[in-house]
Design a binder for this molecule. Structure first.
Ligand code: PMP
Length: 457
C-alpha cells in the first residue's frame, strides 16, 4: 500500500482537481483529503478519520455507501459484458430494463430515455434536442434558452452558460449568446423585503413574461429550471411559483426542461420533483440519484410530445446525429437497476419525507433563535441554513469573511461534512436518504456547535 505522503505528493504533482483552487492545492495549502472507504452515511479517509457525510458526496449517494447489492450487480455485469454500444438499435438487457424502470416511475407524459454519463452532458443533449425539435417544426429562429440566476445545470459550454452563477462564467467567456437568465425563485433574497410570497411569485412571473416579450416569443425555445434550486442556494420554490410560470411558457409555446439531477429519485420526498410541485415538463434531466453515483449515468427523459417530433425528424433526415460512445453503458445501467430496487425496498422516498421533517424541526429548535441565522429551509432531505449579519435588517456578511466555508470547516472538526454553497453564506445539507434520527441529531449538534463557535451571540 502506498504511503500517505507519497500519495499527497503525487496528488499535487499529477491530479487536476475540479472546482479547486489550483495554485493553493499545488502548494499544499488548500484543504485536501484522500477518501478510502464508506459505509452507510459515513466515509473514512486514509488517516482513519471517520466523517458523517451530510451532503452524500455531491448530493448523489442517495442509498448510502457500501451497498453490496449495487457493487455485486456492477461486478456481474462487468464479467458478463462490460461494454457494448447502443448506436443503430443495439442494447443490453440492463439498459433496456433500466429505461423501463425509469419510465415506470416518471410522470405519465414521459415517453423515452436517452442515457448519458453525467448531468452536464444530459443537459447538453436536452438543448440539442430542443433545437432539433424546432428545426423539424420549421422554426429555425426559435432557439434561445431561458434559465434562472442561481440555477445550476452543469459546467460544459452550453450548460455552464445555463448555470446562473458568476464563478462558472468568469474568465470562460460565458454565457453563450443564446442563453438568458431570469429572476431566481429565492424568496429569502427577494428584491424588496416588504414583498409577500405571493407578490414575489407575481414578480418572478412578470419578469419572465417581460423577457419573453422583449426578446420575441418566436425566438425562445425552452425554459430550464430545477424544481427546487440546488447549488445556487438549496431553495424550495415559493408557494405557487410553478403554477405561475407554466401557463406563461405554454402560452408562448416554450418547452419546459425540469432539471431533476438532484431532485430525481426521492431527494424531496417524492420520486420526482415534477410530481412534488405539479410540474408538467417536456424533458426531465436525471443523473446522481439514478445510480446513487455507484457508476456514472445520466438521462434525458423525453415526453411523448417531443418524441413524436424527433421521430418525424429522422423520417425526413435519417438517423439522429447525436450519440456518446458510453450512452446506456451496461455497467451504469446495472448499477441503476440495483439502485432503484434499493430505493424501493428500503422505502427511501418515504424516509426522505420523515427524516426531512425531523431534521428541519431539529435545526429550528437548535438554531431558530440565533441572531445570525436568517433562514432555515428545506424540502425532504434538501436543507439549508443561511447566515446573515443582521437578522432584522436581513443584511449579509461581506463575502471576504468567508463565513460559509469557515462554518463548514468547523463542522468537520465535529465529524460532519456539510457544504458551503458557492454564492452566499449558506450551509447545505443533503444526506443519504437512508439517514436515521440519531445520525440527524449528530448533524444538528455539530451545526449548532460550529455556529456558536464561529458566530458567538
Ligand atoms: N444539474 C443539476 C441540477 C446539478 O446539480 C448538477 C451537478 N451538481 C448538474 C446538472 C451537472 O451534473 P454533472 O456534474 O454530473 O455534470
Amino acid at each position: 500500500m502506498l504511503r500517505n505522503d507519497t500519495l499527497d505528493q503525487w496528488d499535487r504533482e499529477n491530479l487536476f482537481h475540479p472546482s479547486t483552487h489550483l495554485a493553493q492545492h499545488a502548494r499544499g495549502e488548500a484543504p485536501s483529503r484522500i477518501v478510502e472507504t464508506g459505509s452507510g452515511v459515513y466515509i473514512e479517509d486514509r488517516n482513519g478519520t471517520k466523517l458523517l457525510d451530510a451532503f452524500a458526496g455531491l448530493y448523489c449517494v442517495n442509498v448510502g455507501y457500501g451497498r453490496s447489492e449495487i457493487s455485486d450487480a456492477i461486478a456481474e455485469q462487468a464479467k458478463k459484458l462490460a461494454y457494448y454500444h447502443s448506436y443503430v438499435g443495439h442494447g443490453t438487457e440492463a439498459s433496456i430494463t433500466l429505461s423501463k424502470m425509469i419510465l415506470d416511475r416518471a410522470p405519465a407524459n414521459m415517453s423515452k430515455v436517452y442515457f448519458g454519463l453525467g448531468g452536464s452532458d444530459a443537459n447538453e443533449t436536452n438543448i440539442k434536442l430542443v433545437w432539433y425539435y424546432n428545426n423539424i417544426l420549421g422554426r429555425p429562429e426559435k432557439k434561445k434558452i431561458i434559465s434562472r440566476w442561481r440555477g445550476y445545470h452543469g459546467s460544459g459550454l452550453m450548460t455552464g452558460s445555463l448555470t446562473g452563477l458568476e464563478l462558472f462564467h468568469k474568465k470562460f467567456d460565458l454565457p453563450l449568446a443564446q442563453v438568458l437568465h431570469t429572476e431566481a425563485p429565492y424568496y429569502f433574497r427577494r428584491p424588496d423585503t416588504a414583498m409577500s410570497e405571493a407578490d414575489f411569485v407575481a414578480h418572478c412571473a412578470a419578469e419572465l413574461e417581460a423577457m419573453i416579450e422583449r426578446e420575441g416569443p418566436e425566438t425562445i425555445a425552452a425554459f430550464i429550471g430545477e424544481p427546487a434550486l440546488g447549488t445556487g442556494g438549496l431553495v424550495p420554490p415559493p408557494q405557487g411559483y410553478w403554477e405561475a410560470i407554466q401557463p406563461i411558457l405554454k402560452k408562448h409555446d416554450i418547452l419546459l426542461i425540469a432539471d431533476e439531477v438532484v431532485t430525481g429519485f426521492g431527494r424531496l420526498g417524492s420520486m420526482f420533483g415534477s410530481e412534488h410541485y405539479n410540474i408538467e415538463a417536456d424533458i426531465i434531466t436525471i443523473a446522481k440519484g439514478l445510480t446513487s453515483a455507484y457508476a456514472p449515468l445520466s438521462g434525458s427523459i423525453v415526453s411523448d410530445k417531443v418524441w413524436k417530433i424527433l421521430e418525424q425528424g429522422t423520417d425526413e433526415n435519417g438517423p439522429i446525429g447525436h450519440g456518446w460512445t458510453y450512452s446506456a453503458h451496461p455497467i451504469g445501467a446495472a448499477a441503476g437497476i440495483a439502485n432503484l430496487e434499493l430505493v424501493d425496498s428500503l422505502g427511501l422516498v418515504k424516509n426522505a419525507t420523515a427524516m426531512g421533517t425531523y431534521m428541519k424541526a431539529a435545526l429550528q429548535d437548535a438554531l431558530g433563535d440565533h441572531p445570525n441565522v436568517g433562514d432555515i429551509r428545506g424540502e425532504g432531505l434538501l436543507m439549508a441554513v443561511e447566515l446573515v449579519e443582521d437578522r432584522s435588517a436581513r443584511t449579509f456578511f461581506d463575502p471576504a469573511r468567508k463565513i460559509g466555508p469557515t462554518l463548514a470547516g468547523e463542522l468537520l472538526k465535529h465529524g460532519v461534512i456539510s457544504r458551503a454553497m458557492p454564492q452566499g453564506d449558506i450551509l447545505g445539507f443533503a444526506p443519504p436518504l437512508c439517514i436515521n434520527q440519531a445520525e440527524i441529531d449528530t448533524v444538528v449538534r455539530a451545526t449548532k456547535a460550529a455556529i456558536d463557535a464561529v458566530l458567538p451571540d
